[in-house]
Design a protein around this ligand. Structure first.
Ligand code: HEM
Length: 250
């Protein structure tokens, strides 16, 4: 864990030496700075998930609507590339901070227990709730993302001869048919099911925890914040799972 932490913090160490942004980067090395950055990147990723889900639900509308949406998205050109760089940056920062804050709280076990107590949610998962599964579900989502982006964006498994999807290449590409084929693949079915359930669990703690870190915390409203976070989390996860079901339909 400590070695992973050192590797992840290497880019930040370099940035900390730069004049201008150095002090801000140094603030991010503190435990509270890391928690704030984790909450901000986490909520940004939730924003991405909501728009990604809305776009992908067009798969239910049929080939024409979904492909038109994909074409419109790709026609954004440079703006899309900037958004993609930001998105992958947010994923990378969020994952590195998860490793770093876990290592930090393991080192300071006592204070970690006190903190967990205030953020536990036992509503769906008893005895500590989803908070106990943040790291493992995060790893599952990360593993899913590698397969997902490799298939959907780069058609990599096909290029390596592992699968035979017919519609993945850019020229003869039909994204609708490609997605339908990927969803039918047996490996996809298992990995997506496990990861999307993991996503529901991860977000059901993550959303309210991020809100709390950013100061949305009041005895009167906490139940509402947790309930709202959980509702949004499972709406996102079940939304994606409804698309996963497409893999079993004709
Ligand atoms: C069954 C559910 C899902 C389907 C059908 C789906 C579909 C797609 C498609 C078609 C693309 C390629 C977009 C393009 O090239 O224009 C894509 C990209 C991507 N998806 Fe998903 N997705 C699903 C779930 C998820 C989830 C749950 C996450 C995150 C946890 C996710 C993260 C991403 C990312 C990061 C990209 C790359 C974005 C980019 O570079 O533009 N997807 N997805």
């Amino acid at each position: 864990m400590d070695l992973l932490c050192k590797i992840c913090s290497w880019p930040a160490c370099l940035l900390a030496r730069l004049p201008g942004i150095g002090p801000i980067v140094k603030m991010c090395f503190t435990s509270i700075g890391q928690k704030i950055l984790m909450a901000l990147t986490g909520l940004a990723l939730v924003g991405f998930l909501v728009t990604h889900l809305a776009g992908n639900l067009l798969l239910f509308k049929g080939e024409e609507q979904f492909n038109t949406y994909a074409e419109n998205l790709h026609s954004l050109g440079g703006a899309l590339v900037v958004a993609e760089v930001g998105l992958f940056g947010a994923f990378a920062v969020h994952m590195c901070l998860a490793i770093s804050t876990t290592a930090m709280s393991r080192r300071a076990r006592k204070s970690s227990y006190a903190e967990q107590q205030s953020k536990r949610d036992d509503v769906i998962l008893g005895g500590g709730g989803a908070s106990r599964f943040m790291l493992i579900t995060g790893v599952l989502i990360g593993a899913f993302l590698v397969l997902h982006v490799a298939d959907m964006k780069f058609n990599l498994r096909d290029k390596l001869g592992i699968t035979q999807f017919e519609h993945g290449d850019e020229e003869s590409g039909n994204l609708y048919l490609h997605v339908r084929q990927v969803l039918r693949d047996p490996v996809t079915r298992v990995v997506y099911l496990v990861a999307l359930l993991g996503l529901g669990i991860h977000l059901s703690h993550g959303i309210s925890s991020a809100a709390q870190t950013l100061g949305l915390h009041h005895r009167r409203w906490n139940v509402l914040i947790r309930g709202g976070g959980m509702l949004l989390a499972w709406a996102i996860a079940l939304g994606f799972l409804s698309i996963w079901v497409l893999g079993f339909l004709k």
